[in-house]
Design a protein around this ligand. Structure first.
Ligand code: NAP
Length: 239
């Protein structure tokens, strides 16, 4: 069984559908029970409804999905874009709790189930292109996701050889999280042109790598932060 936090989101639901099609059993976690119920019906998943900002959620998930587990993905996140002068301490702390502390707590609660899993179970976390490449107005999310990258490497070292831990770092991907930036087609087109591959990400672009990292096919990959970003983080754009 795989636990997917944020399993009803753009990327999380694409991952859930892919894993379900491959015959995997799933346990989904998110706040909205109606969306959870609908996707659970479609994929045969079980689910826990709750907020990762409530510390009690993680024990409930562990009770609902005790394992043995094949893997865990933490596809919860935020895009809170403001210049430094507008960011409050509570903005920074909220992004850190949602993206980084939530991921650490989710993995900690799942450890007994993961350690009981067959072979080498895997954890997949989500960073962002904005850690590798600096962008204006991204201080809070870049700090929080930078912590996710550190967590990925630290846990990969600590939990080897039984578990693998990797992260996926997407650029702008068409999901509800990114709607403020992608729903205006003119703005979306302008951002797409900033990518060497000249388009925005699709949830399937990101979910396919997450599925691979969760699978035994990636059995010798751990401690890696892998970009799915149309070349944005590492390539000079044309022009
Ligand atoms: N989309 C992008 O452009 C982009 C770029 C870089 C990185 N990422 C990262 O990729 C990952 C997936 O993002 P996405 O675009 O798929 O996001 P999304 O479409 O907004 O989905 C987020 C998921 O997390 C759940 N969620 C949100 N807040 C929660 C909370 N407080 N407690 C429990 N569940 C919560 C949502 O369901 P409920 O609302 O029902 O709780 C939903 O299932 C995130 O880590 C994000 O930071 C995305």
């Amino acid at each position: 069984m795989y636990i997917i936090y944020g399993g009803t989101g753009g990327i999380g639901a694409a991952l859930a559908r892919r894993l379900a099609r491959s015959g995997a059993r799933l346990h989904l976690v998110a706040r909205d029970p109606a969306r959870l119920k609908a996707l659970a019906q479609e994929t045969g998943a079980s689910f826990t409804a709750g907020d990762v900002l409530d510390a009690e959620l993680f024990a409930r998930v562990a009770a609902d999905a005790p394992g043995p587990l094949a893997g865990l993905a933490y596809a919860v996140g935020s895009i809170n874009l403001k210049p430094l002068s507008k960011l409050t301490e509570s903005d920074f702390l909220a992004d850190f709790r949602l993206n980084a502390l939530g991921a650490a707590a989710a993995v900690r609660a799942a450890l007994p189930g993961l350690k009981a899993g067959e072979g080498t179970p895997a954890v997949v976390l989500f960073s962002t292109v904005a850690v590798q490449q600096g962008f204006p107005a991204h201080a809070s999310v870049a700090m929080a996701k930078g912590a996710v990258e550190g967590l990925t490497r630290a846990l990969a070292a600590e939990l080897a050889p039984k578990l693998r831990v990797n992260a996926v770092a997407p650029s702008l991907t068409r999901t509800p999280l990114a709607a403020a930036l992608t729903s205006n087609e003119q703005m979306a087109g302008a951002i797409a042109q900033l990518h060497p591959l000249q388009r925005l990400g699709d949830p399937e672009d990101v979910a396919s790598l997450a599925q691979y990292l969760l699978s035994g096919e990636a059995g010798w990959i751990t401690g890696q932060i892998i970009a799915v970003d149309g070349g944005r983080s590492t390539l000079r754009n044309r022009g």
